[in-house]
Write a protein that binds this ligand. Structure first.
Ligand code: ADP
Ligand code: ZN
Ligand code: ZN
Length: 740
């Protein structure tokens, strides 16, 4: 069924997004007008013809049709980047569940009122000889001002307008007159708030290794043949960045632009400098430490074609390049690529959609690809490229496992295993550096046995139970509850309980063990200020400290050639997070952490401390064998119907009154059962969320599983309509999340 009405907007700035107008679609354009279409419309009282963008189409008139104006036709001036971004927003709205305005706010660049400063310059247009002639003439005629100006211009060619008027005292009329005579021109240029300081390194371009060459050529062949998204699965230190650079060079040589997504945490000076060294002023970046205005400026420069390469985190995906050719997603597995604000989009999926709309390419890379992306390779949706050795002579590190159950048996209650302590002494003795990584993801209070490693899990969902203050253990998927245990159900040991350790306590302990060593700590507390992150890394990198203790922040994207030992203090914290992705996160964190050691000429060593030495996430990380991990993990996902084996929609509810919220969520569940009698969907919950209350709002979640994603999207659309007309939901906020 084709649509009869279109919502059209004329001014697409964030402030005006709610001011769209409904127009009639003329019969000859029915079916041809979609969100993003640029149309000519009669506008305002005078009905002058202007260009507008279609935000949505539908069959419901918002007001009396006889007063509605009709779209005149499609706009003749080609498709702009704004049109593409609107179409992208429409896809996001549909795929992730949000209003069109929320989606548009996410994709459209912010237009700031305070524009970048402009400055004016005066440039000499005639030759120096001609100018000297003219100067002599002015001397004779005693045109003193002109004489002074020409003097200055002969010397410098270009001078500052403001300076000419104030310091040289040249009347504005004189300048205009000379401009008319084409002696000079007055140019206006933008001064951008440009944060990218080009590093003072020499322009470098490496020769690719044969492994890098093979992958780069393979990807270019894929571009010519099928154009599928490409995934580079390359061990840490294999040199993926050089491959990206080759592909970037190829793309900008064709006059197209490139977006490089790097997780915020890895957007370090060191990383960005590598791109600047090669591509110079073609590069710009955005990050969260820049002001809103600075970021807006970089987006504007991209739109105007002043830069060709944008480096940034998730949000850089919406850079308004006029002719986008390539999107690179480095560290593709990172959780920060998933937005936590509605629409809760995933940058990988959204990049692929944008690339399809603009005929661009997508290349992803990781040493530990997400199970989702690797699954797409297995299905043939993505093309897979492997890099199995490190660049140059660097070897993958040698990894030891310390079984902490054994340590306890031997009477060692310290946080350091004997192996790790011994290795630390050896490496520090040799004046090499050590990183201690405290895996703190999934901190949320699981319960485990220190004697046998047993973890209290939900019998239905196979995820860890979380201890609550009321003495209960709760599953955050299905709501299953049981009483807290005092003895291990598996071995009877009394050493069972929650696990808590902070970086600060660990720092104090390490200080006691190694009193004469210089220790740095890096976590959320020590990196709160704007530059402290780079400062700590800088200090460590210059060798001004021996031991760096930190959370996952230290795991990403830093090359410290003198770090030869990586100690992972508690591998299991993330393993026991209350999420079906716990095993995946653990494998990723451990592999990336281990991969930090031995990146220089010296061999690297790592010690992983764990209560689960036999778990596949840990054994696969030890051997840096991604595919071994993937096979086990997919079996688990298939068995329990978790993504990517199935699709999982989370319906999050929040409300001020707990009873009211519980009732509303129960209505949601019943409604979904009513409209879907087939056995194609399975529901779990509703249950309290892992953080059950945030700023006085109670939170609950209901999971809906189905093989078919479109089926879930249809259910959501019906549910949205139900909620909109149902008074009981007025004080409950509902949000959706797909495959989180
Ligand atoms: P990855 O991102 O795959 O972990 P990097 O791109 O950081 O690996 O490369 C690892 C190291 O090898 C870096 O120090 C990089 O400068 C170096 N390197 C990679 N490829 C080359 C090359 N072709 N020529 C010279 N050095 C290279
Ligand atoms: Zn036990
Ligand atoms: Zn459960």
């Amino acid at each position: 069924m084709s649509s009869t009405y279109a919502d059209v907007i004329v001014d697409i700035t964030h402030e005006k997004l709610d001011r769209s107008f409904q127009y009639l679609i003329p019969p000859e354009l029915e079916g041809k007008i979609v969100p993003g279409s640029q149309v000519r419309i009669p506008f305002g009282n005078s009905n002058r013809s202007v260009t507008g963008y279609v935000l949505s189409v539908g069959n419901q008139a918002k007001y009396d049709e006889s007063r509605m104006k009709t779209i005149q036709g499609l706009s003749p001036d080609g498709v702009t980047v704004e049109a593409h971004l609107i179409a992208l927003a429409d896809w996001m709205r549909h795929t992730y569940g949000s209003t069109m305005i929320q989606a548009l706010r996410t994709v459209l660049p912010v237009k700031t009122k305070a524009k970048g400063k402009k400055i004016r310059k005066i440039e000499l247009l005639i030759t120096k000889e001609a100018a000297s002639e003219l100067k002599k003439e002015c001397e004779r005629k005693k045109y003193r001002a002109k004489e002074r100006l020409l003097d200055e211009l002969i010397e410098k060619q270009v001078i500052d307008y403001h300076d000419a008027v104030s310091r040289l005292g040249i009347p504005v009329n004189t300048l205009r007159g000379m401009e008319e005579q084409r002696v000079l021109c007055i140019r206006q240029t933008n001064i951008w708030r440009n944060p990218v300081l080009l590093p003072e390194v020499e322009e470098v371009s490496f020769a690719l290794s044969s492994q890098q060459q093979l992958v780069a050529e393979g990807i270019k062949r894929e571009w010519q043949q099928r154009g599928r998204p490409c995934l580079i699965s390359g061990v840490t230190g294999s040199g993926k960045t050089q491959v990206y650079m080759e592909l970037i060079a190829d793309t900008i040589a064709k006059g197209r632009q490139v977006i490089v997504l790097i997780p915020e945490i890895a957007l370090t000076y060191q990383n960005v400098a590598r791109f600047c060294a090669r591509f110079r002023e073609k590069v710009t970046m955005v990050n969260s430490r820049m002001t809103r205005e600075e970021r807006a400026d970089q987006m504007e420069r991209a739109r105007l074609g002043e830069v060709q390469i944008m480096i940034g985190p998730r949000s850089a995906l919406f850079t308004p390049f006029p002719n986008l050719g390539l999107i690179i997603i480095d560290e593709e597995h990172e959780t920060s690529y998933k937005s936590e604000a509605t629409p809760r989009y995933h940058a990988r999926e959204t990049a692929i959609c944008r690339a399809r709309l603009e005929d661009a390419r997508v290349v992803m890379g990781s040493a530990t690809p997400s199970v989702d992306a690797f699954y797409q390779c297995q299905k043939g949706e993505f093309a897979l490229f492997r890099m199995q050795t490190r660049y140059g002579k660097a070897m993958l590190p040698k990894v030891w496992i310390a079984d902490m159950r054994e340590e306890l048996k031997q009477g060692n209650r310290s946080i350091l295993s004997r192996k790790l302590q011994q290795k630390m002494e050896e490496h520090l003795e040799r004046k090499e550096q050590v990183i201690l990584f405290l895996n703190r993801r999934g901190y949320a209070g699981y319960v485990s046995c220190r004697s046998c490693g047993h973890v209290m899990k939900c019998p239905h969902c196979d995820v860890s139970l979380t201890a609550h203050n009321n003495g209960m253990l709760i599953c955050h998927y299905c709501g299953y509850e049981r009483e807290q245990v005092t003895r291990c159900p598996s071995c009877g040991s009394p050493y069972i309980g929650g696990f808590r350790a902070g970086t600060q306590q660990i720092e104090q302990m390490i200080k006691k063990t190694f009193p004469e060593k210089r220790i740095l700590r890096m976590d959320g507390d020590t990196t709160r200020s704007k530059d402290s992150y780079d400062e700590i890394l800088g200090t460590f990198s210059k060798g001004e400290a021996d031991i760096l203790i930190g959370t996952q922040m230290i795991v990403k994207g830093h090359d410290f050639p003198n770090v030869t030992l990586m100690g992972v203090l508690l591998a299991d914290l993330s393993l026991n997070a209350d999420s079906y992705r716990a095993g995946e996160r653990t494998f990723q964190l451990l592999t990336q952490a281990v991969g930090r050691a031995g990146r220089g000429a010296k061999e690297g060593t790592a010690v992983i401390q764990t209560y689960h030495p036999e778990h596949y996430s840990i054994t696969a990380a030890v051997s840096q064998d991604y595919e071994a991990f993937y096979r086990e993990e997919m079996e688990y996902r298939q068995l329990l119907g978790y993504p990517p084996a199935a699709n999982l929609m989370a319906i999050h509810g929040a409300g001020e009154k707990e009873e009211h919220l519980m009732e509303a969520m129960e209505y949601v569940r019943r409604f979904l059962i009513r409209i879907n009698r087939s056995d194609q969907v399975q529901m779990i919950g509703p249950a309290k969320e892992s953080v059950a209350r945030i700023s006085d709002l109670y939170r609950m979640v209901l999971y809906v599983k189905a093989a078919d994603r479109e089926l879930l999207l249809r259910l959501r659309e019906k549910l949205e309509q139900y909620i909109e007309i149902n008074k009981g939901f007025q004080s409950v906020y509902i949000q959706y999340d797909f495959n989180a």
